[in-house]
Write a protein that binds this ligand. Structure first.
Ligand code: HEM
Ligand SMILES: *[C@@H]1O[C@H](CO)[C@@H](O)[C@H](O)[C@H]1NC(C)=O
Ligand SMILES: *[C@@H]1O[C@H](CO)[C@@H](O)[C@H](O)[C@H]1NC(C)=O
Ligand SMILES: *[C@@H]1O[C@H](CO)[C@@H](O)[C@H](O)[C@H]1NC(C)=O
Ligand SMILES: *[C@@H]1O[C@H](CO)[C@@H](O)[C@H](O)[C@H]1NC(C)=O
Ligand SMILES: *[C@@H]1O[C@H](CO)[C@@H](O)[C@H](O)[C@H]1NC(C)=O
Ligand SMILES: *[C@@H]1O[C@H](CO)[C@@H](O)[C@H](O)[C@H]1NC(C)=O
Ligand SMILES: *[C@@H]1O[C@H](CO)[C@@H](O)[C@H](O)[C@H]1NC(C)=O
Ligand SMILES: *[C@@H]1O[C@H](CO)[C@@H](O)[C@H](O)[C@H]1NC(C)=O
Ligand SMILES: *[C@@H]1O[C@H](CO)[C@@H](O)[C@H](O)[C@H]1NC(C)=O
Length: 347
């Protein structure tokens, strides 16, 4: 290659690397990898199946990982970055709580072996979430693809943008609205993801002891369940990381039993129960609908997951296909990893 060609090529990279994530994301489509990595979903599913044999909880953990990625500067795999100065992994809602990183690494390694520098980490997380729902007995859907990975993470944003276990319904609605989601159906349908997975005692212990500071318990918590939970979480100061099932009835199945539980005051988190127990809230009838019809829940869940998966990074954000989901690509790496960079480098 002549020096001139090198210069031209370098110029193209500079231009292309600067393309904004949002511009590239105008075109999310389920067929994005049909030519470049047609087996992407099979490969992700294969690794998920193996992981779920050792750890049945992994399906729930991967769905939550996608949620915690998307609510913080869009679905851009920012949650996967390890840089200690900015990592979102130690933000309060994530610290010692969000999981599944090793399985995403395995998926990335397998994909780099088959179609190098092609599938973004953000898309891997999105597909892994969908395949996890399917594996647990829930609906399947065509996942829109073509996301790019961020060049940065933002711990302070993760701390404030993600909903907390002690927030009011209004606060939760506000956080959904802040990322462009609907404050009624999206809140209820996506909360239905608490149909599987686990929670630590510190996330609901306040309902068991001293709820309003007079040694009382949450009046919207079923007495029978409360007694059982006090055995798992013996005091406000001990066993705070002990785990119990979010759905006490069908703990690992993706079904609509979560909504039936709310009707008998068996929502584990306060933020689950208030969807049904808040007098006059527009969420109550949606809970009743989903409790009556699993089909209605599944259809709404798919639509809401697609909406959540479409949350975009800021317009000026720059994206790439990371080679290692935990670190941004080197500045001097010629392959930025974007589709367009490949096209240029092959000329
Ligand atoms: C509406 C506001 C929400 C709040 C306040 C909330 C809060 C929580 C909390 C406190 C836990 C337990 C974490 C721990 O103990 O380590 C949890 C677990 C979980 N959340 Fe949420 N969440 C919300 C919405 C969502 C949404 C929208 C999804 C997905 C669409 C989701 C999926 C999950 C899953 C699957 C688990 C279990 C994870 C596992 O077992 O690893 N949550 N959530
Ligand atoms: C890709 O999928 C096709 C058919 O689905 C299969 O024949 C082929 O072996 C797969 N390749 C890899 C690398 O998994
Ligand atoms: C995260 O958890 C660790 C304990 O594993 C703790 O030392 C650290 O202070 C926590 N970080 C934050 C930001 O809460
Ligand atoms: C991180 O998020 C905060 C909002 O919590 C915002 O003010 C700040 O500009 C963001 N930082 C970066 C580097 O994007
Ligand atoms: C939960 O919020 C209430 C007020 O909304 C507050 O009094 C209480 O201390 C909080 N509990 C926890 C565990 O954060
Ligand atoms: C209950 O909460 C109140 C107010 O925060 C506090 O004064 C009291 O010591 C607490 N009681 C117990 C048993 O923790
Ligand atoms: C919860 O933790 C406490 C104290 O750390 C422990 O004694 C207890 O056995 C645990 N309970 C369960 C059900 O795991
Ligand atoms: C509490 O749960 C039991 C089943 O575990 C149910 O029979 C009862 O009606 C529930 N109580 C309330 C107030 O919903
Ligand atoms: C890339 O360059 C920017 C400044 O242009 C610098 O802040 C950043 O640390 C560099 N990143 C890597 C991975 O070398
Ligand atoms: C990029 O820079 C790193 C150190 O900053 C160096 O180790 C690596 O060899 C460089 N790669 C290329 C392709 O120049």
């Amino acid at each position: 290659m002549s020096v001139f060609r090198h210069m031209v090529t370098a110029l193209f990279y500079v231009v292309l690397i600067q393309r904004s994530v949002s511009a590239a994301q105008g075109e999310l489509t389920p067929t994005f990898y049909d030519q470049t990595c047609p087996n992407v979903t099979d490969i992700i599913r294969g690794i998920l199946l193996n992981a779920a044999i050792i750890d049945p909880r992994i399906t729930a953990s991967l769905v939550r990982l996608h949620f915690h990625d998307c609510f913080v500067q869009g679905c851009d795999a920012s949650i996967l970055l390890d840089d200690p100065d900015t990592t979102e992994k130690t933000a309060l809602p994530n610290n010692n709580s969000v999981r599944g990183f090793e399985v995403i690494d395995q998926m990335k390694t397998a994909l780099e072996n088959v179609c190098a520098r092609t599938v973004s980490c953000a898309d891997i997380v999105a597909i892994a979430a969908e395949e996890s729902v399917v594996l647990a007995g829930g609906p399947s859907w065509e996942v829109p693809l073509g996301r790019l990975d961020s060049r940065s993470a933002n711990r302070s944003l993760a701390t404030t943008a993600l909903p907390g276990f002690n927030e009011t319904l209004d606060e939760i609605k506000h956080k959904f609205a802040a990322v462009g989601l609907d404050t009624s159906v999206d809140v209820v349908a996506l909360s239905g993801a608490h149909t599987f997975g686990r929670a630590q005692c510190f996330t609901f212990e306040h309902r068991l002891y001293n709820f309003t500071g007079i040694g009382d318990q949450d009046p919207d918590l079923n007495e029978t369940l409360a007694a059982r939970l006090r055995e798992i979480c013996p005091s406000p100061t001990a066993g705070l990381s002990n785990l119990t099932n979010l759905d006490q009835t069908t703990p690992d199945a993706f079904d609509n039993v979560y909504f039936k539980n709310l009707q008998i005051e068996e929502g584990l988190l306060r933020t689950d129960q208030i969807l049904f127990s808040t007098h006059g809230a527009d969420t109550v009838e949606i809970v009743n609908d989903f409790s009556r019809s699993q089909t209605a829940f599944f259809e709404a869940f798919v639509e809401s997951m697609i909406r959540m998966g479409n949350i975009r990074p800021p317009v000026d954000a720059v994206g790439e296909v990371r080679l290692d989901c935990r670190v941004v690509n080197a500045n001097n790496s010629t392959a930025s990893g974007t589709e367009d960079a490949h096209l240029v480098s092959s000329t």
